[in-house]
Design a binder for this molecule. Structure first.
Ligand SMILES: [Zn+2]
Length: 318
Protein backbone atom coordinates (compact mmCIF):
# COMPACT_ATOMS: atom_id res chain seq x y z
CA UNK A 1 0.00 0.00 0.00
CA UNK A 2 1.56 3.31 -1.10
CA UNK A 3 0.43 6.22 1.04
CA UNK A 4 0.29 9.72 -0.37
CA UNK A 5 -1.28 12.72 1.36
CA UNK A 6 -4.42 12.67 -0.76
CA UNK A 7 -4.94 9.17 -2.08
CA UNK A 8 -3.88 5.64 -1.27
CA UNK A 9 -2.88 3.06 -3.80
CA UNK A 10 -2.45 -0.69 -3.77
CA UNK A 11 -0.78 -2.17 -6.82
CA UNK A 12 -1.17 -5.87 -7.58
CA UNK A 13 1.11 -7.19 -10.31
CA UNK A 14 -0.66 -9.83 -12.40
CA UNK A 15 0.39 -11.73 -15.43
CA UNK A 16 -2.26 -9.91 -17.50
CA UNK A 17 -0.88 -6.53 -16.38
CA UNK A 18 -1.10 -4.32 -13.33
CA UNK A 19 -4.26 -3.99 -11.27
CA UNK A 20 -4.39 -0.99 -8.98
CA UNK A 21 -6.87 -0.05 -6.28
CA UNK A 22 -6.97 3.63 -5.40
CA UNK A 23 -8.93 5.59 -2.83
CA UNK A 24 -9.14 9.35 -2.48
CA UNK A 25 -8.70 10.44 1.14
CA UNK A 26 -10.97 13.51 1.21
CA UNK A 27 -13.95 11.85 -0.47
CA UNK A 28 -13.49 8.14 0.25
CA UNK A 29 -14.18 7.52 -3.48
CA UNK A 30 -12.38 4.49 -4.84
CA UNK A 31 -11.64 3.09 -8.28
CA UNK A 32 -9.79 0.21 -9.89
CA UNK A 33 -7.31 0.92 -12.65
CA UNK A 34 -6.66 -1.88 -15.07
CA UNK A 35 -4.81 -0.61 -18.15
CA UNK A 36 -4.73 -4.13 -19.62
CA UNK A 37 -8.46 -3.81 -20.32
CA UNK A 38 -7.71 -1.13 -22.93
CA UNK A 39 -6.65 -4.05 -25.13
CA UNK A 40 -10.31 -5.05 -25.41
CA UNK A 41 -10.76 -1.95 -27.63
CA UNK A 42 -14.40 -1.55 -26.64
CA UNK A 43 -14.46 2.09 -27.72
CA UNK A 44 -16.17 2.60 -31.03
CA UNK A 45 -14.86 4.61 -33.96
CA UNK A 46 -16.62 7.97 -34.09
CA UNK A 47 -20.04 7.36 -35.61
CA UNK A 48 -21.11 10.15 -37.93
CA UNK A 49 -24.42 11.37 -36.59
CA UNK A 50 -26.62 12.90 -39.27
CA UNK A 51 -25.64 16.59 -39.37
CA UNK A 52 -28.59 17.75 -41.46
CA UNK A 53 -31.15 16.87 -38.76
CA UNK A 54 -33.22 19.53 -37.05
CA UNK A 55 -34.28 19.69 -33.40
CA UNK A 56 -36.07 22.10 -31.03
CA UNK A 57 -32.69 23.70 -30.21
CA UNK A 58 -32.01 24.66 -33.85
CA UNK A 59 -32.17 28.38 -34.56
CA UNK A 60 -35.37 28.15 -36.60
CA UNK A 61 -37.27 26.57 -33.72
CA UNK A 62 -35.50 27.45 -30.47
CA UNK A 63 -37.54 30.66 -29.97
CA UNK A 64 -40.85 28.84 -30.60
CA UNK A 65 -40.44 25.35 -29.20
CA UNK A 66 -38.61 25.94 -25.90
CA UNK A 67 -40.09 27.28 -22.64
CA UNK A 68 -39.72 30.89 -21.54
CA UNK A 69 -38.72 32.19 -18.11
CA UNK A 70 -41.64 33.01 -15.79
CA UNK A 71 -41.37 36.75 -16.55
CA UNK A 72 -41.36 35.90 -20.27
CA UNK A 73 -38.54 35.50 -22.77
CA UNK A 74 -35.22 33.71 -23.00
CA UNK A 75 -31.66 34.97 -22.46
CA UNK A 76 -29.43 35.38 -25.51
CA UNK A 77 -25.70 36.02 -25.43
CA UNK A 78 -23.69 35.69 -28.66
CA UNK A 79 -24.98 32.54 -30.35
CA UNK A 80 -26.25 31.07 -27.08
CA UNK A 81 -29.88 30.89 -26.00
CA UNK A 82 -30.85 30.08 -22.38
CA UNK A 83 -34.28 29.00 -21.16
CA UNK A 84 -35.82 26.84 -18.39
CA UNK A 85 -35.52 23.07 -18.79
CA UNK A 86 -38.83 21.60 -19.90
CA UNK A 87 -38.19 18.54 -17.69
CA UNK A 88 -36.37 19.95 -14.62
CA UNK A 89 -34.82 17.77 -11.92
CA UNK A 90 -33.58 20.72 -9.83
CA UNK A 91 -35.24 23.74 -8.21
CA UNK A 92 -33.44 25.93 -10.81
CA UNK A 93 -32.66 24.06 -14.00
CA UNK A 94 -31.81 25.88 -17.21
CA UNK A 95 -30.67 24.79 -20.65
CA UNK A 96 -28.19 26.90 -22.64
CA UNK A 97 -27.96 26.05 -26.33
CA UNK A 98 -24.35 26.83 -27.28
CA UNK A 99 -24.33 27.09 -31.08
CA UNK A 100 -26.60 28.00 -33.98
CA UNK A 101 -25.36 24.89 -35.74
CA UNK A 102 -27.02 21.58 -34.86
CA UNK A 103 -23.83 19.52 -34.88
CA UNK A 104 -20.76 21.76 -35.21
CA UNK A 105 -17.45 20.07 -35.99
CA UNK A 106 -15.64 22.22 -33.41
CA UNK A 107 -16.42 24.90 -30.84
CA UNK A 108 -14.92 28.37 -30.82
CA UNK A 109 -13.79 29.96 -27.58
CA UNK A 110 -16.35 32.75 -27.93
CA UNK A 111 -19.23 30.31 -28.55
CA UNK A 112 -18.55 28.36 -25.36
CA UNK A 113 -17.58 31.45 -23.30
CA UNK A 114 -20.85 33.21 -24.19
CA UNK A 115 -22.84 30.09 -23.24
CA UNK A 116 -20.97 29.53 -19.99
CA UNK A 117 -21.34 33.20 -18.98
CA UNK A 118 -25.04 33.28 -19.86
CA UNK A 119 -25.67 30.28 -17.60
CA UNK A 120 -23.42 31.38 -14.70
CA UNK A 121 -24.73 34.97 -14.74
CA UNK A 122 -28.19 33.56 -14.07
CA UNK A 123 -26.79 31.26 -11.36
CA UNK A 124 -25.10 34.27 -9.69
CA UNK A 125 -28.45 35.57 -8.50
CA UNK A 126 -29.70 32.23 -7.19
CA UNK A 127 -29.57 31.18 -3.53
CA UNK A 128 -28.28 27.64 -3.18
CA UNK A 129 -25.80 25.05 -4.41
CA UNK A 130 -25.03 25.49 -8.10
CA UNK A 131 -23.38 23.53 -10.85
CA UNK A 132 -22.91 23.98 -14.58
CA UNK A 133 -23.01 20.78 -16.60
CA UNK A 134 -22.59 19.46 -20.13
CA UNK A 135 -23.51 16.07 -21.57
CA UNK A 136 -22.06 15.97 -25.07
CA UNK A 137 -23.48 13.43 -27.51
CA UNK A 138 -26.07 10.69 -26.85
CA UNK A 139 -23.54 8.17 -25.58
CA UNK A 140 -22.81 10.65 -22.74
CA UNK A 141 -26.50 10.84 -21.87
CA UNK A 142 -27.47 13.84 -24.01
CA UNK A 143 -31.07 13.42 -25.11
CA UNK A 144 -30.58 16.17 -27.71
CA UNK A 145 -27.49 16.12 -29.95
CA UNK A 146 -27.47 19.91 -30.40
CA UNK A 147 -24.76 21.09 -27.92
CA UNK A 148 -26.22 22.52 -24.73
CA UNK A 149 -25.25 23.22 -21.12
CA UNK A 150 -27.43 22.62 -18.08
CA UNK A 151 -27.24 24.81 -14.97
CA UNK A 152 -28.66 23.56 -11.67
CA UNK A 153 -29.25 25.27 -8.33
CA UNK A 154 -30.77 23.52 -5.33
CA UNK A 155 -31.31 23.95 -1.60
CA UNK A 156 -29.01 20.99 -1.04
CA UNK A 157 -25.77 19.95 -2.73
CA UNK A 158 -25.54 16.89 -4.97
CA UNK A 159 -23.84 13.89 -3.35
CA UNK A 160 -20.39 14.59 -4.79
CA UNK A 161 -20.74 18.34 -4.25
CA UNK A 162 -21.62 17.77 -0.58
CA UNK A 163 -18.70 15.36 -0.05
CA UNK A 164 -16.13 17.82 -1.39
CA UNK A 165 -17.69 20.85 0.34
CA UNK A 166 -17.64 19.19 3.75
CA UNK A 167 -14.26 17.55 3.06
CA UNK A 168 -12.66 20.90 2.17
CA UNK A 169 -14.16 22.52 5.25
CA UNK A 170 -12.83 19.79 7.50
CA UNK A 171 -9.43 19.88 5.80
CA UNK A 172 -9.21 23.64 6.39
CA UNK A 173 -10.22 23.24 10.03
CA UNK A 174 -7.53 20.61 10.65
CA UNK A 175 -4.69 22.03 8.58
CA UNK A 176 -5.35 25.78 8.33
CA UNK A 177 -4.85 25.51 4.55
CA UNK A 178 -7.17 25.13 1.60
CA UNK A 179 -7.34 21.60 0.25
CA UNK A 180 -7.19 23.00 -3.30
CA UNK A 181 -3.90 24.82 -2.56
CA UNK A 182 -2.37 21.59 -1.26
CA UNK A 183 -3.59 19.65 -4.31
CA UNK A 184 -2.04 22.24 -6.62
CA UNK A 185 1.25 22.07 -4.73
CA UNK A 186 1.31 18.24 -4.80
CA UNK A 187 0.16 17.87 -8.37
CA UNK A 188 2.36 20.57 -9.92
CA UNK A 189 5.33 18.21 -10.04
CA UNK A 190 3.36 15.01 -10.80
CA UNK A 191 2.92 13.44 -14.24
CA UNK A 192 -0.80 14.22 -13.88
CA UNK A 193 -0.29 18.00 -14.11
CA UNK A 194 -1.46 19.35 -17.46
CA UNK A 195 -1.40 23.17 -17.61
CA UNK A 196 -2.52 26.45 -16.03
CA UNK A 197 -1.98 28.25 -12.75
CA UNK A 198 -4.99 30.47 -12.04
CA UNK A 199 -7.17 27.75 -13.54
CA UNK A 200 -5.19 24.62 -12.75
CA UNK A 201 -5.78 21.52 -14.93
CA UNK A 202 -4.61 18.03 -13.97
CA UNK A 203 -5.65 14.40 -14.38
CA UNK A 204 -7.61 13.22 -11.34
CA UNK A 205 -5.61 10.46 -9.57
CA UNK A 206 -8.74 8.58 -8.43
CA UNK A 207 -11.00 9.11 -11.42
CA UNK A 208 -14.79 9.11 -11.38
CA UNK A 209 -14.70 8.17 -15.06
CA UNK A 210 -12.42 7.47 -17.98
CA UNK A 211 -9.61 10.07 -18.40
CA UNK A 212 -11.06 12.33 -15.73
CA UNK A 213 -9.50 15.79 -15.86
CA UNK A 214 -10.14 18.41 -13.19
CA UNK A 215 -9.72 22.15 -13.16
CA UNK A 216 -9.41 24.06 -9.91
CA UNK A 217 -10.72 27.63 -10.08
CA UNK A 218 -9.68 30.56 -7.88
CA UNK A 219 -13.34 31.26 -6.96
CA UNK A 220 -16.10 29.49 -5.07
CA UNK A 221 -19.38 30.93 -6.44
CA UNK A 222 -20.85 31.62 -9.90
CA UNK A 223 -20.93 35.38 -9.14
CA UNK A 224 -17.09 35.37 -9.05
CA UNK A 225 -16.60 33.25 -12.17
CA UNK A 226 -16.89 35.89 -14.93
CA UNK A 227 -13.27 37.15 -15.02
CA UNK A 228 -12.01 33.57 -15.40
CA UNK A 229 -14.58 32.35 -17.92
CA UNK A 230 -12.45 32.79 -21.02
CA UNK A 231 -9.38 31.21 -19.41
CA UNK A 232 -11.53 28.32 -18.19
CA UNK A 233 -13.08 27.78 -21.62
CA UNK A 234 -9.65 27.81 -23.35
CA UNK A 235 -8.59 25.00 -21.02
CA UNK A 236 -11.82 23.07 -21.51
CA UNK A 237 -11.49 23.27 -25.31
CA UNK A 238 -7.92 22.02 -24.97
CA UNK A 239 -9.20 18.99 -23.03
CA UNK A 240 -11.91 18.36 -25.66
CA UNK A 241 -9.19 18.46 -28.36
CA UNK A 242 -7.04 16.08 -26.30
CA UNK A 243 -9.95 13.62 -26.00
CA UNK A 244 -10.50 13.78 -29.77
CA UNK A 245 -6.83 13.10 -30.39
CA UNK A 246 -7.24 10.06 -28.14
CA UNK A 247 -10.25 9.00 -30.23
CA UNK A 248 -13.22 9.97 -28.03
CA UNK A 249 -15.75 12.66 -28.82
CA UNK A 250 -18.41 12.24 -26.14
CA UNK A 251 -17.91 13.61 -22.62
CA UNK A 252 -19.59 14.78 -19.44
CA UNK A 253 -18.56 17.95 -17.66
CA UNK A 254 -19.61 19.41 -14.31
CA UNK A 255 -18.41 22.66 -12.80
CA UNK A 256 -19.22 22.54 -9.11
CA UNK A 257 -19.65 25.64 -6.94
CA UNK A 258 -20.14 26.48 -3.25
CA UNK A 259 -23.25 28.13 -1.86
CA UNK A 260 -21.49 31.38 -0.98
CA UNK A 261 -18.86 33.64 -2.60
CA UNK A 262 -15.35 33.94 -1.11
CA UNK A 263 -15.46 30.58 0.64
CA UNK A 264 -12.47 30.31 2.99
CA UNK A 265 -12.11 26.57 2.38
CA UNK A 266 -13.57 25.54 -1.01
CA UNK A 267 -12.50 26.23 -4.58
CA UNK A 268 -14.97 25.62 -7.39
CA UNK A 269 -13.76 22.77 -9.57
CA UNK A 270 -14.60 21.27 -12.93
CA UNK A 271 -14.58 17.57 -13.69
CA UNK A 272 -14.54 16.27 -17.28
CA UNK A 273 -14.76 12.56 -18.17
CA UNK A 274 -14.60 10.99 -21.61
CA UNK A 275 -17.34 8.59 -22.70
CA UNK A 276 -17.67 5.91 -25.31
CA UNK A 277 -18.29 7.33 -28.78
CA UNK A 278 -21.81 7.39 -30.17
CA UNK A 279 -22.63 4.20 -32.03
CA UNK A 280 -25.81 2.90 -33.55
CA UNK A 281 -27.47 2.06 -30.24
CA UNK A 282 -25.62 4.22 -27.79
CA UNK A 283 -28.16 6.61 -26.31
CA UNK A 284 -27.21 6.33 -22.67
CA UNK A 285 -29.29 6.59 -19.51
CA UNK A 286 -26.31 7.77 -17.50
CA UNK A 287 -25.24 11.38 -17.70
CA UNK A 288 -23.52 13.98 -15.53
CA UNK A 289 -25.75 13.35 -12.51
CA UNK A 290 -25.06 9.62 -12.51
CA UNK A 291 -21.40 9.76 -13.54
CA UNK A 292 -19.99 12.89 -11.88
CA UNK A 293 -22.44 13.94 -9.15
CA UNK A 294 -23.07 10.27 -8.23
CA UNK A 295 -26.73 11.07 -7.64
CA UNK A 296 -28.93 9.19 -10.10
CA UNK A 297 -31.97 10.91 -11.54
CA UNK A 298 -34.70 8.29 -11.25
CA UNK A 299 -37.72 8.32 -13.52
CA UNK A 300 -39.81 5.52 -12.04
CA UNK A 301 -41.37 6.00 -8.63
CA UNK A 302 -40.27 2.92 -6.59
CA UNK A 303 -43.73 2.81 -5.00
CA UNK A 304 -45.23 2.30 -8.48
CA UNK A 305 -43.31 -0.93 -9.08
CA UNK A 306 -45.19 -3.10 -6.53
CA UNK A 307 -48.64 -2.17 -7.84
CA UNK A 308 -47.40 -2.70 -11.40
CA UNK A 309 -46.12 -6.18 -10.54
CA UNK A 310 -49.46 -7.03 -8.88
CA UNK A 311 -51.38 -5.71 -11.88
CA UNK A 312 -49.26 -7.80 -14.22
CA UNK A 313 -49.74 -11.02 -12.22
CA UNK A 314 -52.31 -12.11 -14.74
CA UNK A 315 -49.59 -12.14 -17.41
CA UNK A 316 -48.29 -15.73 -17.67
CA UNK A 317 -44.67 -16.41 -16.62
CA UNK A 318 -42.08 -16.94 -19.32
ZN1 LIG B 1 -30.60 21.28 -33.52
Amino acid sequence: MVLTPYFSSQVIPRKEGVLEYRQETISGFSCRISPGRLKRCIDQPQFDLPSGEKCPFCRETVFHETPEFPGGGRVTRGESVTFPNLYPFARWHTVTVITHEHLPATFSRSQVTDAVLAATDLLSDREGYSSLNWNYLPSAGASVVHPHLQALCDDRPSFVQGIYLSGAKEYYRRNGRRYADCIKQWEQSSPRYLFGEEVFWSAQPVPLGEREIRAILPVSHPSEFGPYAELFVSGLLRIIRLYRELGTYAFNMSLIFDKKPSSPSFNAFCSVISRINPNRSSTSDSAFMERIHREPVILTLPEDIGPYLKDSMSVPDW
